[in-house]
Design a protein around this ligand. Structure first.
Ligand code: IPE
Ligand code: IPE
Ligand code: MG
Length: 266
């Protein structure tokens, strides 16, 4: 098979060979990913590399989040999902968990005006009933303030785990079968999708994971079935607009087949 060399190549260090404006000029605005998912990873290592406590990294990571949300909304991405706290992150020291929850509250209050100015709808995915009261109140405030917006949906994954999401869906569906509201034959992929936190949203087209690890860490397991994965070594607090643009540009060079073959393919 003949391939143009480098066509599917990912920028070596995620910073890419092209400048931000060159990337902007090359990105096909008609072929944007509808849904981008980001595993915001590497805050702790970023801080440690600077001799600072891990929590500094979480704080600086908020700037990267602001930039990613701003850029995505500006481009016209329909859904952006960011992994902020996994069901496994409770294993961390309580002090770190407290800082993360505090930063969530801070994020909401600092960003809600800009989010609304950018027409962003704030949502959460995950079992937020387990979060501290202050975090749930801040989220409620953000949901309320942004609920009439009509632009990009920002899903913040909090106490989120792909497996627990599927268990929850299984339980809800089983309950409906038991009560006769769903027939066994009625259980199909669409029905399962309708019982996920992301019901009604397109599946992620593009998954971005900074910080050098190549795994999904229990993120959007069902929804990721045909997502394109993009990795870079840059830690999340250093992740800038150009990294996001590079990821989108590289995504557009990928050959998505969804199990089929190209027209005229052999
Ligand atoms: C991501 O950064 C933030 C959360 C998981 C909440 P990490 O805290 O995982 O940073 P590293 O991966 O240890 O560097
Ligand atoms: C994934 O990162 C979760 C978030 C970014 C919120 P982790 O740092 O928790 O994942 P692992 O431990 O490297 O798999
Ligand atoms: Mg990590």
């Amino acid at each position: 098979m003949l391939r143009i060399r480098g066509k599917n190549k990912q920028g070596k260090d995620g910073s890419g060979e092209l400048s931000e404006s060159e990337l902007m000029a090359r990105i096909d605005m008609t072929g944007l990913p509808r849904h981008i998912a980001i595993i915001m990873d590497g805050n702790g290592r970023w801080a440690r590399a600077r001799g600072m406590p891990r929590t500094f990294g979480h704080r600086y990571g908020m700037d990267s989040l602001r930039e990613a949300v701003r850029t995505s909304a500006e481009l016209g991405i329909k859904v952006l999902t960011v992994y902020a706290f996994s069901t496994e992150n409770w294993k961390r020291p309580p002090e770190e968990v407290n800082v993360l929850m505090g930063l969530l509250v801070e994020y909401v209050h600092k960003e809600i005006d800009e989010l609304c100015a950018n027409n962003v709808v704030v949502r959460a995915i995950g079992d937020i009933s387990r979060l501290p009261d202050s975090a749930r109140e801040a989220l409620r405030y953000a949901f309320e303030r942004s609920r009439n917006n009509t632009g990009m949906v920002l899903n913040i994954a909090l106490n989120y785990g792909g497996r627990s999401e599927l268990v929850r869906a299984a339980r809800q569906i089983a309950e409906k079968v038991r009560d006769g509201r769903v027939q066994l034959e009625g259980i199909d992929e669409r029905l399962v999708g309708d019982h996920l936190y992301t019901a009604g949203q397109p599946d992620p087209d593009l998954l971005i994971r900074p910080a050098g690890d190549y795994r999904v860490s229990n993120f959007l397991l069902w929804q990721m079935a045909y997502a394109e994965f993009w990795f870079c070594p840059t830690y999340w607090p250093d992740f800038r607009r150009r990294h996001l643009l590079q990821a989108i540009y590289d995504f557009q060079q990928r050959d998505r087949r969804f199990g089929g073959i190209k027209e005229g393919g052999k």
